[in-house]
Design a protein around this ligand. Structure first.
Ligand SMILES: [Zn+2]
Ligand SMILES: [Zn+2]
Ligand SMILES: [Zn+2]
Ligand SMILES: [Zn+2]
Length: 341
């Protein structure tokens, strides 16, 4: 839950993150109040006027004519002030949960076969030539040239027909070009190379984080996941579990099923079965089969109902119905690296 001030600042300065914070909400509510009434009443002495603008700096809901009135009223206002703050914290938490437990928008369909894209990582490939994400079935299917002759598998991009890069250097060059035009996956992938110190990159966590923030700001869920991991393991930043969780939530909201599955595990460990179940239902609908196993486990331990488990099964079946294709089956049968569910 991101209701702390430390996270508010982070969210506000770094990106259009969905973090909601109590003090911002309090502030905005008092601003709204100001616009509606330009005359205010001092909560202490009852004086009216448009210069009554010494606001309670805790709840930001009452006004005074001066600091002396504020001080005088403090003991009387204390209880009400605490109630204001609590009520607003509840509202913030509720609005946060509404966003958190919403089924994310599905990924784009495969641009070749037009079928729903599998969420499993081996079920799709990113093409550094055109920046398209192609499903495993279309990656495996033979590619033909303009005369209709088969050009073999894995030699040309099935979407734009650019020859497959022949070296790591060439692949990196392409990624860099894609990055320059704001391709989120290219930006994210280069971040991974910096973080891992692989593919000729020297390890640089700061650079990795910078790229992941950029990818995340452009809406790529894995960017948030990378930042969350950095906070969890202290890579380039101090270990901060609260911030890690904040970024995992953003990743889940942006459609990352693995992040959502893990949020479910956190809730389950904390004994919040209902919240765990909610996360796993959403992840099951998005094709994360481990979530299904967890719902089954809750059911066998009598922590979820039979209806819950049946519902999770149905959600996962609906997902399978959307992604299944004979071309993808063929690819998966030929290579384990092209498994799609
Ligand atoms: Zn007063
Ligand atoms: Zn107050
Ligand atoms: Zn396809
Ligand atoms: Zn291409």
């Amino acid at each position: 839950m991101n209701t702390s001030d430390s996270n508010c600042k982070e969210g506000a300065s770094k990106s259009n993150d969905d973090g909601v914070c109590v003090s911002d909400t309090l502030q905005s509510m008092s601003t709204v109040d100001n616009e509606v009434n330009d005359t205010s009443v001092c909560a202490n002495c009852g004086k009216e006027g448009d210069n009554i603008n010494n606001i309670c700096n805790k709840c930001k809901q009452v006004k005074y004519c001066n600091a002396a009135c504020k001080k005088k009223h403090r003991s009387k206002h204390k209880k009400e002030c605490e109630n204001h703050i609590q009520r607003l914290a509840e509202l913030v938490a509720k609005s946060h949960d509404e966003k958190l437990f919403k089924q994310p928008t599905p990924a784009e369909d495969c641009p070749i076969c037009f079928l729903h894209m599998p969420s499993l990582q081996t079920g799709w490939r990113y093409q550094s030539c055109c920046g398209k994400v192609i499903c495993s079935g279309c990656i495996y299917a033979p590619v033909y040239d303009n005369q209709g002759n088969e050009v073999g598998r894995n030699q040309k991009c099935p979407f734009c027909r650019t020859p497959t890069p022949t070296s790591i250097e060439e692949a990196i060059e392409r990624l860099k070009k894609r990055m320059e035009i704001g391709d989120v996956i290219a930006i994210f992938n280069l971040g991974v190379f910096y973080s891992d110190g692989t593919r000729g990159f020297s390890q640089d966590y700061t650079k990795a984080l910078e790229l992941w923030h950029r990818a995340a700001e452009l809406g790529y869920s894995e960017g948030y996941l990378g930042i969350g991991n950095a906070y969890l393991y202290g890579r380039g930043v101090e270990v901060d579990e609260k911030k890690a969780r904040h970024y995992y939530e953003l990743a889940a909201m942006a459609g990352d099923e693995a992040a959502r599955y893990n949020l479910g595990l956190d809730e389950w460990r904390a004994g919040n079965m209902e919240r765990a179940l909610k996360h796993w239902m959403i992840a099951a609908r998005d094709g994360y089969s481990n979530s299904l196993k967890q719902v089954k486990r809750l059911y066998t331990h009598e922590q979820a109902t039979k209806e819950d488990y049946t519902r999770a099964l149905q959600l996962y079946q609906t997902y399978l119905g959307e992604i299944k294709s004979s071309q993808r089956d063929e690819a998966a049968a030929a290579h384990d690296t092209l498994r799609y569910y």
